[in-house]
Design a protein around this ligand. Structure first.
Ligand SMILES: NC(=O)C1=CN([C@@H]2O[C@H](COP(=O)(O)OP(=O)(O)OC[C@H]3O[C@@H](n4cnc5c(N)ncnc54)[C@H](OP(=O)(O)O)[C@@H]3O)[C@@H](O)[C@H]2O)C=CC1
Ligand SMILES: CC(=O)[C@@H](O)[C@H](O)COP(=O)(O)O
Ligand SMILES: [Mn+2]
Length: 407
């Protein structure tokens, strides 16, 4: 806690990825409690205007932009404020390492790994949205967190729901957990419809408003695959004790099946400010103005089993979790490359699963990862294998027609 000039103890807060979907939801909550906090670092990728506005409004100590070309613009936008400004990958990692009592880790993908680890080394609370970091780094991240005495607070709605449903109970009381999945925009689509799906269609999530990468992950159910691995790491469970249930209304976010037969669920509106607020106020609760659920208006809640034949990335994620070692890092890296390729119309929608599968099959060995350097090595290897597959595959991958790609 920081001693402020008015004598109050204020919580030091940093937000990595403040300009994104989770980041702006976090800033929205921070706005309500500016008198209780001192904002240390705000970090963005390229949205320099929004980053400068946030830094000015929250009187941040430091504003960091990943894209070095935007340093001059950020500096001039904040010239009259006294806010320190920095740019580039190393500056992002250093911002993560600034001492803060609560750090939101909300940079997308493996790019968020090193800043998140830097924050963990300070031994305070990490609100973890960046699931890819935990998926690729696994034990390396968990050991860093444990060694520093840090606390990992799950932000991902399903994992936050599980943490709430556990209510502090020991994991030995748990039979299994259930992660819900909306099923995404292609829940009821045929394989043929999925084959010709355009990015525009895949970006229309039925229940949540999120960044582009996770929205495509939801459509392919790679998101649920990443979440199964994330849950295994967070709660120390084997793959067979983590179920997925498709629940199109996104009202129930996660359930814990206890050994005595009780099934405890957490529910809430599809608004990420609710789980973020849970981690921000933890171990107490804070007020939010988020929409309250009107269960009568829903009338019914539906649940069904996921179809792993159509949603290949979910099946592959279960496979890599059982395999362990470097496989989850390769899965996540290959998926990042494939999502980017799909969004840029280099591959079709089903090409995402094919690319991940090909990268996994291309692994020459599957060692346990012991250090951050090994994690980064296998992340790069996953990207290389995925890029090679995309470059060499007969174009366009998966039978998507040129007409559909350019529709
Ligand atoms: N959105 C959601 O509801 C949920 C998201 N998550 C997870 O949270 C994370 C963030 O998701 P979301 O907010 O949707 O994503 P967005 O794409 O909306 O935001 C990503 C953020 O990271 C920044 N960023 C991107 N690359 C870099 C980089 N190399 N260095 C520094 N900053 C960078 C972006 O900056 P800029 O925009 O300025 O370029 C932006 O602030 C993901 O891991 C996602 O899986 C989990 C559950 C729900
Ligand atoms: C809000 C959140 O946690 C996302 O991960 C969400 O779950 C995505 O929706 P899907 O359930 O469709 O993957
Ligand atoms: Mn989720």
């Amino acid at each position: 806690m920081a001693d402020c000039s008015d004598g109050m103890k204020r919580r030091r807060i940093s937000v990595l990825g403040s300009t994104g979907s989770i980041g702006t939801s976090t800033v929205d909550l921070l706005r309500q409690i500016t008198d209780q906090i001192e904002v240390r670092a705000l970090v963005g990728g390229r949205n320099v205007q929004l980053l400068a506005e946030q830094a000015r409004e929250l009187r941040a100590e430091v504003a960091v932009i990943h894209d070095e070309r935007l340093y001059g613009e950020l500096k001039s936008l904040l010239a009259d404020t006294g806010i320190r400004v920095a740019a580039g990958r190393q500056a992002v990692i250093e911002a993560g390492g600034l001492e803060a009592d609560w750090t939101m880790a909300a940079i997308t993908g493996a790019a968020g790994l090193e800043p998140t680890l830097a924050a963990a080394r300070n031994g305070h609370a990490i609100a973890l949205a960046n699931k890819e970091a935990l998926v690729c780094a696994g034990d390396v991240m968990l050991k860093t967190v444990a060694a520093a005495g840090a606390t990992l607070l799950p932000v991902d709605s399903e994992h936050n729901a599980i943490a709430q449903a556990l209510g502090g109970c020991d994991m030995s009381t748990v039979e299994k957990i259930v992660l819900t999945a909306s099923g995404g925009p292609f829940r009821c689509s045929s394989l043929e419809e999925m084959r010709i799906a355009t990015p525009e269609k895949a970006l229309k999530h039925p229940t949540w408003t999120m960044g582009a990468k996770i929205t495509i992950d939801s459509a392919s159910m790679a998101n649920k695959g990443l979440e199964v691995i994330e849950a295994a790491r967070l709660f120390g469970l084997t793959e067979d004790r983590i179920d997925v249930l498709v629940h199109p209304q996104s009202v129930v976010h996660g359930l814990v099946q206890f050994r005595d037969g009780s099934l405890v669920a957490q529910m809430g509106s599809a608004d990420m400010r609710i789980p973020i607020a849970h981690t921000l106020a933890w171990p107490t609760r804070m007020d939010t103005s988020c929409g309250r659920l009107d269960l009568a208006a829903f009338g019914r809640l539906d649940f069904e089993k996921p179809d792993e034949a159509r949603f290949v990335p979910l099946r592959l994620a279960r496979q890599v979790l059982r395999a362990g070692g470097a496989a989850p890092a390769v899965f996540s890296a290959a998926n990042e490359v494939a999502v980017d390729a799909f969004l840029n119309k280099r591959i079709g929608f089903l090409g995402i699963g094919d690319t991940i599968d090909s990268a996994l099959q291309g692994m020459k060995s599957n060692p346990e990862l012991q250090s951050i350097d090994e994690v980064l090595h296998w992340d790069a290897e996953g990207r290389r294998l995925a890029e090679t597959y995309i470059a060499n595959a007969s174009s366009p991958i998966d039978g998507i027609t040129e007409a559909a790609l350019h529709a």
